[in-house]
Design a protein around this ligand. Structure first.
Ligand code: IVH
Length: 690
């Protein structure tokens, strides 16, 4: 809390300090992806700043971190002429197209000029053009027609990844200097930066799930959602949306800027703009193409939707001198990934029942290849969505796949209708148990209210055995259904009572398969407590919350007895989750289920080593495991924990060691950047043995 009785000059100093701190933490979070304080601490700083500004509104400046909340409602967008044309890109669809492109421009390149290429992702988002004057964000625009854009400054101001202030001079103290020791050069007095605004796939999924729950209209894809949020008139709405940004071009500058694309990306990052981590420079076109093509298979490992990669002539003077054809610069080309959209016939509609009884319709499709994967099923979200999009059984439909998400039907091809298509009505009875379905007041979802519905059990079992939960290998969807149909299991605890003879009585089960499954089930008994808590399928309790709960309570019994007060003490558990947990734990059938799981011999206590055994060899040391190793990550984590070490998921300043296997990815890069000791498996074993 600010002491408002402080002298104005002290308060003013505090205000400056808070702004610098908030800008710094914003940068750690959005640019480095490596926060050093919790969200709660961040909010505390922000609230303190808000209080001071409330007392002294005359001190509020547009670049204050408090001004990201939005609130201005624009009548319509003003026009903004761009300082230089905002160009597009020509497309290539394979390596040969790229070679043809370079053969064409090679003729224009002075002989003897060594050409290098930078490859970076082509982000599927909305271009934004950000203007800075003397280091302060003053205006932001859309691409518009490439010459004139729309002024969306108030909306962009709410986007946390857009720096409101960038360092202007060398040797500045405070946040700017702390960002990087490399920020030595002065930033041009006028700087116009171009980037792509988008929504991360994970954020998009969470957002759409929430909208679905509230019965709202779902967004078709992250790009449309980001564009919609940035191009609407109330910036208060934009402020609540998870918009991300990656920058890749300096459109104009009064002052010196880097001579090459790879240095430019580095430079932008150093002065506070988020840039891609996967850009690379190559000396030959072939190497550049190999790298570019490798991203086609790896596109799903990106946290955002990319529709290709961009290959750019690295030398920016040369790139400029090569000129433009229409709207496309000659000095860069997009290598597009294969489309992930296809049309096919909707043969029928099936229904899945969620663990809570919600009915989720899915499309049964004429198999179709979508971007290299054969799709036979796709989600139809909910019955309201089907009606709104007027999807009918027998329609030709458009199927889309993006990122790691389940394929979905975007809509019908109305022009292909024959008249024989059937309207899809929500089922009046549950297809699994014949119980009449319900629709709760104000909700979109249709439920099967039968708690013992076999359809529901199917999902509960699938969830319980899944990788992030009890990880029972060999127990797929089909076998789960088989076990339920044969009445071998009536809840998940029954899994631990299945006998060899029972399995041998099932179709398709020989001795080998039965023994393997029994061994997997037995192995799952020793999963740590947090996995068990996650596996129970309590609403809103995913792996992160489960870990916090296991760590806090230490045993399933204590967890089952916890009241809302005790639960809300835990960081990350808010009142809604707490209420949901108590609702779940107090049901007698759940108490009985947990008792039976305990009786079956599952681990129901947090191992002491979980939090780092104080006397162990590795006590107080934090490890991150990445890449493919000869043992599973769980096994390696168990070894570390047994020696008193702690294992976390992401690399930060607090990490002591990174254990890296093959194909380690960005965690290794980050470790190297932060100067953290990297161990291979052998080195880890030496450390453990010493
Ligand atoms: S460079 C001279 N780089 O893709 C600069 N564009 O289909 C020309 N885009 O309009 C653009 N990621 O909105 C460039 N890394 C990237 C990009 C990128 C996404 C967008 C951009 C452009 C569109 C062309």
């Amino acid at each position: 809390m600010p002491d408002l009785k402080q002298r104005p000059s002290d308060l003013r100093a505090r205000l400056t300090d808070l702004r610098e701190q908030l800008n710094f933490h914003n940068y750690r979070y959005h640019v480095l992806d490596d926060p050093v304080i919790s969200d709660v601490e961040y909010d505390r700083l922000l609230n303190e700043l808000k209080q001071i500004e409330a007392e002294h509104p005359e001190w509020i400046t547009p670049d204050s971190p408090t001004q990201r909340v939005g609130g201005q409602v624009s009548e319509r967008f003003a026009k903004v002429p761009h300082p230089a044309p905002i160009l597009s890109l020509a497309n290539a669809f394979n390596g040969n197209d790229v070679r043809d492109w370079f053969a064409r421009i090679a003729k224009l390149i002075p002989t003897g000029h060594k050409v290098q290429f930078t490859v970076e992702p082509k982000i599927d988002g909305l271009t934004v053009v950000l203007h800075y004057r003397d280091g302060v964000f003053v205006q932001g625009a859309t691409r518009g027609n490439g010459l004139i854009g729309e002024d969306i400054t108030p909306n962009l101001r709410t986007v946390k990844a857009v720096p409101l202030k960038i360092p202007v001079a060398a040797g500045k103290s405070g946040a700017a200097a702390r960002r990087s020791s490399k920020s030595t050069s002065a930033v041009p007095s006028t700087l116009v930066v171009r980037g792509e605004a988008f929504i991360e796939l994970q954020d998009f999924a969470v957002m759409n799930a929430q909208i679905e729950k509230e019965g709202g209209k779902l967004f078709a894809n992250p790009r449309n959602a980001a564009a919609g949020f940035l191009r609407q008139l109330n910036s208060r709405v934009t402020a609540t949306r998870p918009i991300s940004l990656l920058c890749y071009q300096i459109v104009a500058a009064e002052g010196e800027t880097p001579p090459s694309q790879i240095e430019l990306l580095n430079y932008l990052n150093t002065i506070g703009f988020p840039t891609t981590e996967i850009a690379k420079r190559f000396d030959s076109l072939d190497e550049a193409i190999t790298y570019a093509e490798s991203w086609s298979a790896k596109r799903d490992t990106l946290s955002f939707e990319a529709d290709g990669v961009v290959i750019k002539i690295d030398d920016l003077d040369l790139q400029r001198d090569l000129g433009v054809v229409g709207k496309d610069p000659r000095g860069a080309i997009a290598l597009k990934f294969p489309a992930r959209e296809a049309t096919t016939q909707l043969l029928d509609v099936g229904v899945n029942i969620g663990r809570t009884g919600i009915m989720a319709p899915y499309a049964i499709l004429e198999p179709v290849n979508v971007g290299g994967v054969t799709i036979e099923r796709a989600t139809l979200h909910n019955f309201d969505d089907i009606a709104r999009k007027d999807i009918r059984s027998g329609d030709r439909v458009i199927v889309k796949r993006s990122g790691d998400v389940i394929p979905y039907v975007t809509g019908p091809v109305v022009s292909a209708r024959t008249g024989r298509e059937q309207i899809i009505a929500p089922p009046k009875k549950c297809p699994f148990c014949d119980t009449p379905t319900l629709r709760r007041e104000g909700e979109v979802a249709i439920y099967c209210p039968n708690r013992d519905c076999p359809g529901r059990l199917d999902r509960a079992v699938q969830f319980f055995v899944s990788k992030g939960a009890m990880d029972i290998d060999g127990l797929g969807e089909k076998i789960a259904s088989q076990l339920i149909e044969a009445k071998l299991i009536e809840d998940v605890a029954d899994l631990y009572l299945i006998t060899r003879d029972q399995l041998l009585g099932l179709e398709g089960f020989g001795e080998k398969k039965a023994d393997k499954l029994l061994a997997s089930i037995a192995a799952s008994k020793s999963r740590p407590l947090d996995r068990l808590i996650a596996a129970l399928g309590i609403p809103h309790v995913g792996s992160v919350a489960a870990e916090a709960l296991a760590g806090h309570f230490g045993s399933i019994d204590k967890f089952m007895r916890a009241n809302e007060d005790a639960l809300t003490q835990i960081e990350g558990i808010g009142p809604t989750i707490a209420a949901g947990i108590v609702e779940w734990t107090q049901r007698p059938e759940h108490e009985e289920l947990v008792a039976r799981l305990k009786k079956a011999g599952l681990t129901t206590k947090a191992a002491q080593v979980e939090t780092g055994r104080s006397g162990g060899k590795l006590a107080g040391q934090t490890f991150v495991i990445t890449g493919t190793l000869s043992q599973s990550r769980d096994e390696i984590a168990a070894l570390i924990k047994a020696a008193g070490g702690k294992v976390t998921g992401s690399v930060s300043q607090k990490t002591d060691y990174v254990v890296a296997g093959d194909a380690p990815g960005s965690k290794l890069a980050k470790a190297q950047q932060l100067g953290i000791t990297v161990l291979n498996e052998a080195a880890l074993h030496r450390l453990l043995a010493n």
